[in-house]
Design a protein around this ligand. Structure first.
Ligand code: ADP
Ligand code: MG
Length: 450
């Protein structure tokens, strides 16, 4: 089965993607409609999980004729060192309450060591959040209590919160600092209720010097957690202890948040973090590469920074991915070499076939009838191949369905076209650029339609 899957994936994905991420993985077993895939390292695991799991599931479904669940794991002995941060906490959510209640400095070492102030790049987008975090770390419980950090995904909220914890310990190693996700807080609470250990639970959280609660938006709809958190909050606040909360939106936009919590959250400082501007994004890449001891050409930094704009996690991911690719293939670091691997699968945004036809016919100045015809004229079949490739990229349509859209072509024709364009794209910079422009136009048109 796996070799069949590989064969198919090879056709559907670009070569660098395939060689880098797919070929190195292996299927372990298929059991109870569940396929376990083994990757050589945590990085590959995260990558497959994030970008390719759907494609793989899709292909396996096609081959077997029924859907299976896909699990991606790391080969035994290779589980060390998570590259992306924060994961440690997720895995500890199942810990028993007894262990959890021991959350002290020891378990908190699970914090990401890289999330410190010195590694945080300050820009216009996060200046206030940074300054407030620093102030809180220096003298907790004074000025901004609670400090409410809010901003979109991947903009540095967790980084700042953990930086507060690290900094605080540096100056005051004995202080009790708890960093928890809202989910963890909820899980602790549930376990405490079950084990009849509410007393412990309350004593634990109410003993904090600094309580940092991440992703509070997930408290939505959790009445009991809200209730309990309200009391925890009050106890700490009255005792002059610092509370820091992070959320992807301001308190008044969290649905079904109790009024009294909303007003508590708004009583200190609400500091928001915006998407970083180009200069800040470049500085972030610069700093990260310095920490990794890599010298990046300026145009590479510019290229990545211009293409990944709204999420710093993705920006960093792009850099990591480029570095991995360059070193696996032993290539010189330049824009031409990294461009193909940075064509992000996440760029896929839903577009209609019509939107794609429009962009293609406009760009190549041919009619839609020609596009759907059987004409073999060079410029027409070229436009058609590009159209098929883009439709595959921007829609969820299968090869046969794309064939239908193009006037009833066989699915092997579609497959062949997509593969050809994907291959050419890697070697032909002009084509790669054209495709990117067309993609942008498709995305723009589809966005404005929504
Ligand atoms: P959030 O919690 O807001 O979703 P994170 O704090 O997890 O975002 O940040 C995502 C990634 O981006 C992390 O690896 C973090 O180190 C990095 N990051 C975010 N903001 C900055 C910044 N200003 N300087 C350096 N790295 C940053
Ligand atoms: Mg976060």
């Amino acid at each position: 089965l796996w070799s069949q899957v590989l064969e198919r994936l090879q056709l559907e994905l670009s070569r660098p993607t395939f060689e880098t991420w797919i070929k190195t993985a292996n299927a372990e077993r298929l059991e109870n409609n569940c396929l376990v895939i083994i990757t050589p390292n945590p990085f590959a695991r995260n990558w497959l999980q994030k970008y390719y799991i759907n494609t793989i599931a899709h292909v396996v479904h096609d081959i077997l004729g029924y859907p299976v669940e896909i699990y991606i794991t790391v080969a035994k002995g290779e589980e060390f060192e998570e590259i992306s941060g924060g994961g440690a906490w997720e895995s500890s959510t199942k810990d028993s309450i007894a262990e959890s209640l021991n959350h002290n400095r020891q378990t908190n070492t699970e914090l990401n060591a890289k999330y410190v102030f010195s590694r945080f790049v300050v820009g216009a987008n996060n200046r206030m959040a940074h300054a407030a975090s620093l102030a809180v770390a220096e003298s907790p419980g004074r000025e901004f209590n609670p400090l409410f950090l809010c901003g979109g995904v991947g903009l540095g909220k967790t980084h700042l919160m953990q930086a507060i914890a690290h900094y605080r310990w540096e100056i005051c190693p004995d202080s009790k600092i708890f960093y928890v996700s809202t989910e963890q807080f909820t899980n602790h609470l549930i376990t405490a209720i079950r084990n009849d250990s509410m007393q412990n639970f309350r004593e634990h959280y109410r003993a904090a010097d600094v309580l940092l609660v991440d992703d509070i938006q997930f408290i939505e709809g959790k009445e009991y957690t809200q209730e309990e958190f309200f009391h925890t909050f009050n106890t700490l606040h009255e005792a002059g202890k610092q509370v820091v909360i992070a959320s992807d939106r301001p308190p008044n936009q969290i649905p079904s948040l109790q009024e009294r919590l909303c007003s508590r959250f708004s009583m200190g400082l609400i500091a928001d973090i915006q998407a970083p501007d180009l200069e800040t994004r470049m500085a972030i890449l610069q700093k990260k590469s310095e920490y990794e001891n890599i010298r990046l050409p300026r145009d590479v930094i510019e290229y990545i920074a211009t293409n990944f704009t709204s999420n710093i996690r993705e920006l960093e991911g792009a850099l990591t991915r480029a570095l991995a690719y360059i070193s696996i293939w032993g290539l010189p670091m330049n824009v031409a070499n990294i461009a193909p691997i940075l064509v992000m699968p996440t760029e896929k945004i839903e577009a209609t076939p019509e939107a794609i036809f429009k962009v293609i016919t406009d760009n190549f100045d041919i009619s839609i009838e020609d596009l759907k015809s059987n004409s073999r004229r060079r410029e027409i079949s070229w436009a058609r191949q590009i159209g098929m490739y883009l439709m595959r990229q921007h829609t969820d349509l299968s090869f046969p369905r794309i064939g239908e859209e193009f006037g009833g072509k066989d699915h092997t024709t579609v497959l062949y076209s997509c593969d050809k364009i994907a291959q050419l794209r890697e070697s032909d910079r002009g084509l790669s650029q054209t495709l990117r422009q067309l993609s942008d136009r498709i995305k723009m048109n589809s966005r404005s339609q929504k």
